[in-house]
Design a binder for this molecule. Structure first.
Ligand code: FAD
Ligand code: NAI
Length: 328
């Protein structure tokens, strides 16, 4: 049997790379520190139903990603979301319809990465702490001190600061990853017993601690007894309040929401806050993927392209393409 390829990170970039490698006849083994796949496309199961706390929707502009979208459509795990869109500027709320097609996982965002994981061998709750090369092959060490391997190649598909920490075997790649700044996002979910008296289902916000808000229940396939909303703070507000307690974050962002939404907002019967430390790259890049092909080390993730779902998926494809090209 051939020696497998290790994939670190079961977000969409890692799973995109894994899928392309398996389709080309390679064996892969996925390592993920969380309890399941999804990363920043994960959905939180809660008393108010499943909530998309990270990626809210995605657009598909590249024809290769459109092909992936069609595959998800055939699998029944994606749906079009057509929110009544608004924007808020200087405290002024106004309708902001457009022609853009927006997609979401159904019945939750994480359905997409669940569909992608297929039957790849994957280990969850396994945080990789070291990537090192023996005489011929790669090995991984995890936070419990267990070692995994051998692997012919390693694809590292984690946010840039976390990649930098894993790449001591390739100092040049580590330096590139260490130079990428990623901004945080505080996310808050609120659930109301009675529907709020507004038509708004999604809103792009400026001049506020908030950056975005969405009526989660307006997405296809969501089921909740409550009128559920997801609020995202701006990078700047999130950075300034990075160590605030979850309760205080809920209070602040609920206040900002009540101020801009233009209807009565009662106390929510459900609330939670989630801090994404590495939510988005501060700027986009055009690397596709990074590699030290002679070492057999490949790096992908949204930060190698645009910090979006589509960019992450394309970056995974590019890492796989470069790896396969080097095998020929
Ligand atoms: P990730 O999803 O971060 O995956 C990396 C995985 O690696 C994670 O599962 C992590 O647990 C794992 N990992 C990390 N370190 C280790 C380790 N040492 N060992 C093992 N596993 C490890 N994009 C859009 O297109 N539209 C949106 O509306 C949108 N909204 C967003 C809102 C928020 C709040 C956030 C945070 C992101 C949003 N994005 C959006 C961006 C989108 O979610 C990301 O671009 C995309 O999901 C990134 O995928 P990825 O695979 O590169 O990284
Ligand atoms: P898109 O085309 O819907 O949005 C891109 C940007 O265009 C929006 O951020 C917004 O500023 C503007 N925009 C689009 N439609 C608008 C409208 N009808 N009215 C007013 N402004 C409008 O989607 P795309 O390009 O796929 O981007 C993904 C989204 O994911 C963006 O909104 C981005 O901000 C968000 N994102 C959030 C992250 C976070 O951490 N909070 C991380 C990464 C992406």
């Amino acid at each position: 049997m051939t020696v497998p390829i290790a994939i670190i990170g079961a977000g969409i970039a890692g799973l995109s790379a894994a899928g392309a490698l398996v389709a080309a006849g390679q064996r892969v083994h996925v390592f993920e520190k969380s309890k399941g796949p999804g990363g920043r496309m994960a959905s939180k199961r809660s008393d108010a139903g499943s909530l998309d706390l990270g990626a809210q929707y995605f657009t598909a502009r590249d024809r290769r990603f459109v092909a992936q979208l069609q595959q998800w459509q055939a699998q029944g795990c994606v749906g079009e979301w057509t929110p009544t869109l608004y924007q808020s500027r200087g405290g002024q709320l106004s309708p902001s319809p457009d022609e853009q097609t927006r997609w979401v996982g159904v019945p939750r965002m994480s359905a997409l990465t669940r569909a992608m994981i297929d039957d790849f061998p994957a280990v969850y709750s396994c945080r990789v702490t070291e990537v090192f090369r023996g005489k011929h092959y790669w090995h991984l060490l995890d936070a419990e001190g267990a070692s995994h391997g051998p692997f012919s190649h390693v694809v590292c598909a984690v946010p840039a600061p976390q990649a930098a920490a894993l790449l001591s075997a390739a100092p040049k790649l580590a330096a590139v990853a260490a130079g990428v700044k990623m901004d945080p996002t505080w996310a808050v979910a609120l659930g109301f017993d009675m529907p709020l008296d507004t038509r708004l289902q999604g809103c792009f916000v400026q001049d506020s601690p908030l950056d975005w808000l969405a009526r989660d229940r307006s997405k296809p396939g969501r089921e909740s007894d409550l009128d559920t909303w997801v609020l995202h703070a701006t990078s700047e507000w999130s950075r300034q309040h990075i160590d605030l307690s979850r309760e205080a974050v809920v209070e602040h962002l609920h206040g900002a929401f009540a101020e801009l939404i233009g209807c009565a907002v009662p106390a929510p019967s459900f609330s939670l806050a989630h801090r994404w430390l590495y939510a988005r790259p501060a700027s986009s890049h055009e690397w596709g993927a990074l590699a030290d092909a002679d070492l057999g080390l490949y790096i992908c993730g949204d930060w190698c392209l645009s910090g979006r779902v589509e960019g992450a998926w394309l970056s995974g494809q590019e890492a796989a393409r470069r790896l396969l090209e080097h095998l020929e």
